[in-house]
Write a protein that binds this ligand. Structure first.
Ligand SMILES: Nc1ncnc2c1ncn2[C@@H]1O[C@H](COP(=O)(O)OP(=O)(O)O)[C@@H](O)[C@H]1O
Ligand SMILES: [Mg+2]
Length: 237
């Protein structure tokens, strides 16, 4: 059975997306004719040289930026005309992870994790705290719950950031080069957690990277070159 047969519906569907920055003589065209889908349970990596448009694409897919042209469907909704409460509700199901500076410096590690909880009418602070502690323990940070971000190494900070993503049980994670500032062990923990969430919670993950050490976690690989995106077959060894 092909992998596509067991995957769920599309979480992300980009149709003919085009993006440029600036206008007139300053105009720079960055993305052309982007067509892609990411399904529930998939971890898709986006590769490409520096300046090729990876961050632009990821910010568009995460609704942080509107594409100049084209259509973006997220979780079954057309985002084109979406504003206000509807857009907020959609964004509440998305989590971001950047290369660094993912934490609020005025909150401790555990407070940062709890900040990732999706607020619902049934919120229970004790339960949130227990889950945050459990996640920190799982990520090898059980003794760092009360630490401030600047008391933690880059790898530890990124593991706190991963706990904050996990506690929100998002439907879509956008991760822009999340391992490029990390040592091998922390980088592996971060991508393994993302992969695990994709597979167990049917989350979709879009992850840009230069880091060949983590290519093996991908369900699929998309490569951007000169603003155009194409699929690169993955060879498992
Ligand atoms: N806010 C912006 N204004 C103008 N040009 C930008 C802006 N952000 C990125 N660019 C340009 O768009 C191109 C793609 O950038 P980016 O999406 O950051 O690529 P990558 O993440 O692959 O390095 C680059 O040429 C970059 O200089
Ligand atoms: Mg970038």
């Amino acid at each position: 059975m092909a992998e596509t047969d067991i995957l769920g519906p599309a979480v992300v569907e980009a149709v003919d997306i085009h993006h440029h920055y600036g206008e007139g003589p300053q105009r720079v065209d960055v993305l052309f004719d982007i067509n892609m889908q990411v399904r529930e349970g998939e971890l898709v990596i986006v590769t490409g040289p520096s300046g090729s448009g990876k961050t632009t694409l990821l910010t568009i897919l995460g609704t942080m930026r509107k594409p100049s042209e084209g259509k973006l469907q997220l979780l079954g909704a057309d985002t084109t005309g979406l504003v206000g409460a509807e857009l907020d509700a959609l964004r509440n199901r998305i989590r971001f992870l950047f290369q660094k500076r993912n934490l609020l410096s005025s909150l401790t590690a555990i407070q940062n994790v709890i900040a990732g909880v999706s607020t619902t009418p049934l919120a229970d602070p004790d339960w949130d705290e227990a889950r945050a502690r459990h996640l920190l323990g799982m990520l090898g940070l059980g003794d760092k719950a009360e630490a401030w971000p600047d008391e933690l190494s880059g790898g530890q900070q990124q593991r706190v950031a991963i706990a904050r993503v996990l506690i929100g049980l998002p439907d879509l994670i956008i991760a822009d080069e999340p391992t490029s500032a990390l040592d091998r062990v922390s980088g592996r923990i971060v991508v393994d957690q993302l992969k695990d969430l994709a597979m167990r919670a049917k989350c979709a993950v879009v992850l840009s990277t230069h880091d060949e050490r983590i290519f093996d976690v991908a369900s699929r690989r998309l490569h951007i070159e000169d603003g155009r995106c194409f699929e690169v077959p993955i060879h498992y060894h």
